[in-house]
Design a protein around this ligand. Structure first.
Ligand code: GAR
Length: 218
């Protein structure tokens, strides 16, 4: 089987991008990163890509006539590198139709909340303000909505009364770095099947998990 070729889109710090690089280098992920695209010339992801010899394109949306033109360009650059999967690793924009149509059910996003709760920006702050006792993160396929596509994997963490946005974000981020590579791995093993708006995972999956916060006696 040919090795999966990944294109990464990132806007900011790039910690999720780094975790994917690390999982490839450790052998957990059998894949290669063909290209990093960033919309932000100051993104630290650029430096991470340089350190690991990953080709980078800085594509600024404002330099294109329209959103569609921009995403057509992004799709073209990914296609000519024979990308099999597009990964949004902290890409802070809603993806346009030309990219989605070029990669149907082949774009994954990570979101720092348990979707469908708290989509959009600052999912962690939204969760704190609402007062939830459990939060977490979600990896999903991307459709034209904002954080609405079929869910692949979710991870839950407790949220505590005194949590600040930073503290909860840090707790969630640790799990982001585990579930994003895990989702990519399932994809690379051909174990994901989109059925309507649900994702079937082929192969064994444990079903005895629970997280209760605050803890209650047995
Ligand atoms: C991550 O927490 C990611 O889940 C979130 O931005 C952060 C990017 O951090 N993404 C979104 O909020 C998307 N709506 P990183 O650049 O260090 O990976």
């Amino acid at each position: 089987m040919e090795m999966l070729s990944i294109g990464v889109l990132a806007s900011g710090r790039g910690a999720n991008f780094q975790s994917i690089i690390d999982c490839i280098e450790s052998g957990y992920l059998k894949a290669r990163i063909a290209l990093l695209v960033t919309d932000n010339p100051n993104s630290y992801a650029i430096e991470r890509a340089r350190k690991h010899g990953i080709e980078t394109l800085i594509l600024i949306p404002e330099h294109y006539g329209s959103r569609s033109d921009y995403y057509r360009k992004v799709a073209h650059e990914l296609k000519i590198r024979e990308t099999g999967l597009v990964v949004l690793a902290g890409f802070m924009r809603i993806v346009g139709k030309p990219l989605i149509e070029a990669f149907p059910n082949r774009i994954m996003n990570i979101h720092p909340a348990l979707l469908p709760s708290f989509p959009g920006l600052h999912g962690q702050a939204q969760a704190i303000d609402y007062g939830v006792k459990i939060s977490g993160c979600t990896v999903h396929f991307v459709d034209e909505g904002m954080d609405t596509g079929p869910i692949i994997i979710q991870a839950a963490v407790p949220a505590f009364f005194d949590d600040t946005e930073d503290v909860l974000s840090e707790r969630i981020l640790k799990l982001e770095h585990r579930i994003f590579p895990a989702a990519i791995r399932l994809f690379s093993e051909n174990r994901l099947q989109v059925v309507g708006r649900k994702v079937r995972i082929h192969g064994p999956v444990p079903d005895d998990l629970s997280l209760i916060n605050p803890q209650i006696p047995e």
